[in-house]
Design a protein around this ligand. Structure first.
Ligand SMILES: [Cu+2]
Length: 250
């Protein structure tokens, strides 16, 4: 019994230290996001962000997305730092649009492109966004610099990762048939811009997901997630998507 007590105490100390704050390895802060489905029920994923000053290394693994199509992905900052709940679908069409999600997740602050610019201006540059493989899996890793305000928001756990692009009718392409026109630009299919996955970026106090947020998944609070910076997209990115979208309609 005594030995057991001693062992428990020995375990409690390091756990207590870890729970006290973000995980720091050298000067790097590690943050995590559990990506939960928004409009793509079978999608899931994880995001990991290593932050060293203003340099971020982002790892994203996601599955259940529409395959062979590009998926725009971003850090969203400036909302409530949460993914949208199910009732964020205010117009009752069954989809949480980028516009409907924005009050929760905030606008695009960093575009998680595969190369080149990562500013909001590249928000819908789908030619530089990850392409899902034939089975709908996205694997992404990139290191790049972010502005100081973005780094500060990440460090504070005040950011959301979103991955966009859904296939509402399962026909393997972005089109207008199932979800109509995008709320961001009627020339675009909503399927191309609706959120698919969303995850709140949080520090990793115990080496895993922040329990308070992961635990809310069962209530549905995490299940209906996502958002896009509609205003930013309209201002900067919609033309890019129109010009470069992977499957031009008809
Ligand atoms: Cu986004």
């Amino acid at each position: 019994m005594d030995k057991r007590t001693v062992a428990a105490a020995a375990l409690a100390l390091p756990l207590g230290v870890l729970a006290a704050g973000p995980v720091h390895a050298d000067d790097t802060t590690t943050l995590q996001a559990q990506l939960a489905p928004v409009n793509e029920p079978d999608a899931s994923g994880t995001g990991t962000v290593h932050l060293d000053g203003t340099r971020v290394t982002v790892d994203i693994e996601a599955g259940g997305l529409v395959g062979n199509l590009a998926h725009a992905q971003h850090f969203h900052i400036g909302g409530q730092n949460t993914c949208p709940p199910h009732d964020a679908n205010e117009d009752g069409d069954g989809f949480i649009s980028t516009t409907e999600a924005q009050p929760y997740a905030g606008g695009i602050k960093t575009s998680l492109t595969t190369e080149g610019d990562t500013s909001p201006a590249s928000g819908l540059e789908v030619g530089r966004m990850p392409l899902a493989d034939g089975e709908g899996h996205v694997s992404y890793q990139r290191s790049f610099e972010v502005p100081e305000d973005v780094a500060a928001s990440l460090e504070a756990g005040e950011a959301v990762i979103e991955i966009h692009g859904i296939d509402a009718n399962g026909n393997g392409r972005y089109d207008f048939e199932a979800a109509g026109e995008s709320d961001l630009d009627p020339a675009l299919p909503a399927e191309a811009t609706h959120p698919a996955l969303c995850g709140e970026v949080r520090t990793a106090p115990d080496g895993g997901m922040a329990a308070g947020h992961g635990g809310s998944a069962g209530t549905g609070a995490n299940a209906g997630l996502i958002g896009l910076g509609a205003a930013l997209v309209l201002a900067a990115g919609a033309g890019a998507l129109r010009a470069r979208r992977p499957r031009p309609e008809r």
